[in-house]
Design a protein around this ligand. Structure first.
Ligand code: FPP
Ligand code: MG
Length: 336
C-alpha cells in the first residue's frame, strides 16, 4: 500500500465502520441486471480513491454532533455523484488514466462514458428519493447544476490568458468546491427528524460548514491544477498535462503570464496553441520558469485552508474535528 493511502486510512480511522457501510451501499448501487452495465460499474468501482467527499459528510455530521441514521446513505449518494462527474470529466479532458485505472472513455469509448456517467447520476438521485426528507435531493440538484455551469464556463474561457484570478476561482468553486461544500452542508443539515418541506436558511452552523467545504474544495482544485502542470502520471495516478493540452489557463500559469515579458507571453501562447506540439505541459515547464506561479498558487491554497480551519473553532475538540483539521494539511500536501 502506498504511503499516502495508509495516511488516508489512518486519517479516516474514526469513521472506519461508517465508510465500510457507505461502500457497501455504493457497491449495491453498482449492481445491475445487464452484464454489460455490471462490467462497467465494476470497472468504475476500481476508481475508488480518497473518497474525501463521503468522508466529509460523515466527519462533519460527527463533529457537529448532528449524526443521523441517514448520513451513511447521503455519503454514498455524494460519492456516486462525484463518480459520475469524473466519468464525464475524463471525456471532456480526453484523459486516459484515473486512479491508476483506464478511464471509461479509454477502456470503452466516449459514448459509453457519457451513458455510464448518466447511469451513475440517475442511480444517485434514485437513492436520494428514498431518504426521509427532500433536503439531499434539493441541495444536490442545485449543486450539480452549478457544477455543470462551472464546466460550461470553463469551456468558454479556454485559451483566455486575460482571465482574472477572480473568474478562475469562480469556475473552480462551481466545478469542484461546490460538491465539497454540499457534502459538508449535508453533514450538518441531515437530521433524524421526519421530512419537513424546506430547510431553514438561517442554520448558521450548516452555512459555516458549507463555507468550510467550499474553501477546502477550492484549495483542492488549485493544488490539482498545480499537479496537472508539473505532476507525474505515475505519482498522481491520473492523466496529467491535460489542462495545457485543452487550453485551460490555470492559476500558476495565469500568475506567470501576468508578470511576464511580451516575448515570454508570446511563447506561452504558442505552446498552448501552435499545431503539432507534443506534450505541451512538459514543453511549457521546460522552457518557462513556472516556480513563481506554483508558489503563488500554493500560497493561495494555504490561505484558503487556513480560512477553512478557522471555521472549525466553534466545534468541540473531538476526534472528528481533529480529522477535519488533518484533511486540510492533506489537501495541501497531497501528490495524488
Ligand atoms: C475537476 O476537473 C472537475 C470535475 C471532476 C467536475 C466535472 C463535471 C462535469 C464534467 C459535469 C458532469 C455532470 C454530471 C451531472 C454527471 P479537472 O479536470 O480539473 O480535474 P481532474 O484533474 O480530476 O480531471
Ligand atoms: Mg479532468
Amino acid at each position: 500500500m502506498s504511503e499516502i493511502r495508509s495516511r488516508i486510512q489512518e486519517l479516516l480511522a474514526p469513521i472506519d465502520s461508517e465508510m465500510l457501510e457507505m461502500n457497501a451501499i455504493l457497491q449495491a448501487q453498482l449492481e445491475d441486471d445487464s452484464p454489460a452495465v455490471r462490467d462497467m460499474t465494476s470497472h468504475v468501482g476500481r476508481f475508488s480513491g480518497k473518497q474525501l467527499r463521503a468522508a466529509l459528510v460523515l466527519l462533519v455530521a460527527e463533529a457537529t454532533g448532528r449524526k443521523s441514521h441517514e448520513h451513511v446513505k447521503v455519503a454514498a449518494i455524494v460519492e456516486m455523484i462525484h463518480l459520475a462527474t469524473l466519468v464525464h470529466d475524463d471525456v471532456l479532458d480526453g484523459a486516459e488514466v484515473r486512479r491508476r485505472v483506464a478511464c471509461v472513455n479509454e477502456r470503452w469509448d466516449n459514448q459509453i462514458a457519457i451513458l455510464l456517467g448518466d447511469y451513475l447520476y440517475s442511480r444517485a438521485f434514485g437513492l436520494s428519493t428514498t431518504l426521509a426528507s427532500r433536503l439531499t435531493s434539493q441541495l444536490l440538484a442545485k449543486t450539480t447544476s452549478r457544477l455543470c455551469s462551472g464546466e460550461i464556463e470553463q469551456s468558454t474561457q479556454r485559451y483566455d490568458f486575460e482571465l482574472t484570478q477572480e473568474r478562475y476561482e469562480f469556475i473552480c468553486a462551481a466545478k469542484t468546491a461546490s460538491l465539497y461544500g454540499a457534502a459538508c452542508e449535508l453533514g450538518a443539515r441531515v437530521s433524524d427528524q421526519a421530512a419537513s418541506g424546506s430547510f431553514p436558511e438561517d442554520d448558521e452552523l450548516a452555512l459555516s460548514m458549507a463555507c468550510f467545504g467550499e474553501e477546502l474544495g477550492l484549495a483542492f482544485q488549485i493544488i490539482d491544477d498545480c499537479l496537472d502542470l508539473v505532476g507525474d502520471t505515475e505519482v498522481v495516478g491520473k492523466s496529467v498535462g491535460t489542462d495545457v493540452e485543452d487550453g485551460k489557463v490555470t492559476l500558476p500559469v495565469l500568475h506567470v503570464y501576468r508578470s511576464a515579458s511580451e516575448e515570454t507571453r508570446d511563447h506561452i501562447r504558442d505552446i498552448y496553441t501552435k499545431p503539432g506540439i507534443e506534450k505541451r505541459a512538459v514543453r511549457l515547464r521546460e522552457s518557462v520558469d513556472l516556480t513563481p506561479g506554483l508558489e503563488y498558487a500554493k500560497e493561495r491554497a494555504e490561505e484558503l485552508v487556513d480560512r477553512a480551519m478557522a471555521r472549525l473553532d466553534v466545534l468541540e475538540d473531538t476526534a472528528a474535528r481533529r480529522t477535519l483539521k488533518s484533511i486540510g494539511d492533506f489537501v495541501l500536501g497531497r501528490n495524488w
